[in-house]
Write a protein that binds this ligand. Structure first.
Ligand code: SAM
Length: 263
């Protein structure tokens, strides 16, 4: 596998990331499942929970969609609070894990395999749409995904999502000291691409947007920004998750959580 920085469109991003998440799902759930909690809602590797953040507002009795739901842990938490959460994910293997945990816990998240840029729901179907590190940074056509979210939300509905904090793009994805040295431009939006040496095909893609880009896309789709949370690394939290660690977390934000209201 080799790493490149180059333009990748939506079709190629999806062709790479769906199978990549299918391949990675077993390891992902084995490594992070306990931390996520079968009926748990964390917004990122800092362990900041929705119970602490409250960025979704009250979910009891609400129709809720999770985009990039993975194994459905967050939606299961929403269901435990009385919300009618449903999941959506590109990866069949992630959704199989969701079904497994449904059976184990008895808290069932009805889920669909689809992509964030073409939501298979009628207009104004939901009161809340959210993503916890789901889908958004894997998408090239972000404007389409955010417009789709606006379409399926009812007027006044809540939209919240977490992503890798955009400032992290400047640093190597390394949890150690090397990950504290700025080495690439914050403003360079050229996607991060992994290419399979054997086939020459793109096998993984991540897309970067600056904080200003995110605000422009939300405003352009008719959202009013209400929150931008940057959870601090908690005392006593020593878990390493990819490039997230105490070494970096005590100095720089690793996760950004946006909250918005559909006008
Ligand atoms: C980092 S995981 C997050 C899943 C879950 N929220 C969690 O915290 O474990 C990202 C998820 O986004 C999904 N995903 C990637 N691209 C997507 C797309 N275009 N549409 C929907 N889901 C997508 C992946 O399959 C994966 O399950």
């Amino acid at each position: 596998m080799r790493v490149e920085r180059r333009a990748v469109d939506e079709a190629e991003s999806r062709r790479a990331n769906g199978p990549d998440w299918d391949r990675y799902a077993d390891e992902y759930q084995a490594t992070h499942g306990e931390f996520l909690g079968d009926v748990g809602f964390v917004w990122g590797p800092e362990g900041f929970t929705e119970a602490e953040a409250g960025v979704l507002g009250a979910v009891a009795g609400r129709d809720v969609l999770e985009v990039g739901s993975g194994a459905g842990q967050c939606s299961r938490w929403v269901r435990a609070q009385g919300g009618r959460a449903v999941g959506l994910d590109l990866s069949m293997r992630q959704l199989q894990h969701s079904r497994r945990i449904d059976d184990q816990t008895g808290v069932v998240v009805p889920s669909v395999r689809a992509t964030a840029t073409a939501l298979p729901f009628r207009d104004a179907s939901f009161d809340v749409v959210f993503s916890s590190f789901g889908a958004l940074q894997f998408i090239s056509d972000l404007e389409v995904a955010v417009a789709e979210t606006a379409r399926v939300l009812r007027p006044g509905g809540r939209y919240a999502f977490s992503i890798t904090h955009p400032t992290r793009w400047m640093f190597a994805d390394d949890p150690g000291e090397a990950g504290l040295v700025a080495s690439q431009s914050y403003w360079d939006r050229t996607p991060y691409v992994e290419v399979d040496d054997a086939t020459g095909e793109v096998s993984y893609v991540e897309h970067h947007r600056t904080l200003g880009d995110w605000i422009a896309v939300l405003a352009g789709a008719g959202f009013v920004l209400t929150d931008l949370l940057e959870p601090e690394w908690p005392a006593g939290h020593d878990r390493v998750w990819g490039g997230w660690s105490r070494v970096r977390g005590r100095l720089t934000p690793g996760t950004a959580i946006f909250g918005a209201r559909r006008a």
